[in-house]
Design a protein around this ligand. Sequence first.
Ligand code: PPS
Ligand code: ADP
Length: 244
Amino acid sequence: MNLIIITAFVRTLGQSMPYLSILTHEEPWVNDVHTRLFSIFIYLFLGGCVIHRYFLEKMNGHKSGVVWFTGLPGSGKTTLAIEVEKRLLQEGIRCTIIDGDRLRKRLNHDLGFTETDRMENLRRAAVISLMFIEAGVLVLAPLISPFDSSRAIIKQHFNSEDFTELYVKCSLEVCERRDPKGMYRLAREGTLLNFTGVSAPYEAPSQPDIVVDTENFSLEYCVDFLTDYVLSNYKIETQKENDL
Ligand SMILES: Nc1ncnc2c1ncn2[C@@H]1O[C@H](COP(=O)(O)OS(=O)(=O)O)[C@@H](OP(=O)(O)O)[C@H]1O
Ligand SMILES: Nc1ncnc2c1ncn2[C@@H]1O[C@H](COP(=O)(O)OP(=O)(O)O)[C@@H](O)[C@H]1O
C-alpha cells in the first residue's frame, strides 16, 4: 500500500515538473515563495487536471474559452471568424475555428438540418470546443445555431466565464442579397429544403454578450471591433505590461 502511494506521489511530481520549473523560473507572477509553495501544493493535492488549464493559460498569456457566433447564413460568421483568427494569431493568442460547414463535412456528415439534427450538430461542436478550452485554446465557433432553446442548452456545457455569445447581426434581406454560396436562390427555388431564414426559422438572441452588425459596418470595422473585444476579455496582462 505504501509503495503504491509513494509511486503515485513520485509520478505526480514527475508529471508536474514542467509546471514546477515554470513556477521557479522567470515568472514574475510567482516570484514570492508563498505563491510557489501554494501552487505546488495545489498541483500535488488537487491533481493535474484542475491546475493544468490554469498553467496553460499563464503560459499562453491568455484565457481559453469559446466565442459562439450565431447568425443567418450569409451574415458574415465565417468571414469574420477567419479574419479575427488571423489577427489573434498575430497577437500571440492560441485560437482555432470550429466552423459548422466544415464540421458537417467531416465529423457530422450523418446529420441534416432538422431541429434534432441541428441540436446534435451543435452539441458535438460544444464538446469539441470544450476539449480545446481544456487545452488552453480560444475557440471561435461560427455556427448558425438558430434556436433559443438549443443555444441555451449549448451554454450549459460551459462555465459562464468561458462562454461568449456573439450575434452576427444582418437582416435576411441583406444576407439574401449577398448569398455567398447561392443557397438562398436554391432555397427560394425549392431545391434546398429546411433552409434557415427561408423555410426554417432563425430566432435572433435576445441578450447576446456582444453584437457585431455586419449590415451597417464594414468588414474591417467589424474585425477590429471583435478583435479588440476578444483581446480585452481574454488576454492576461502580465506584470511587465502593467508596469509600463
Ligand atoms: N438547410 C440548410 N439550412 C442552413 N444551412 C445549410 C442548409 N443546408 C446547407 N447549409 C450549409 O450549412 C451551413 C450551416 O451549418 P451549421 O452547422 O452552422 O448549422 S446549424 O447551426 O446546425 O443550424 C451553412 O453555412 P453558413 O452559410 O456558413 O452559415 C450552409 O452553408
Ligand atoms: N461587415 C461584414 N462582415 C462580414 N462579412 C461581410 C461584411 N460585409 C460584407 N460581408 C460579406 O458577406 C459575406 C458573408 O459570407 P459568410 O462569411 O460565408 O457568411 P456566413 O458564414 O454567416 O454564412 C461574405 O461575402 C463577406 O465578404
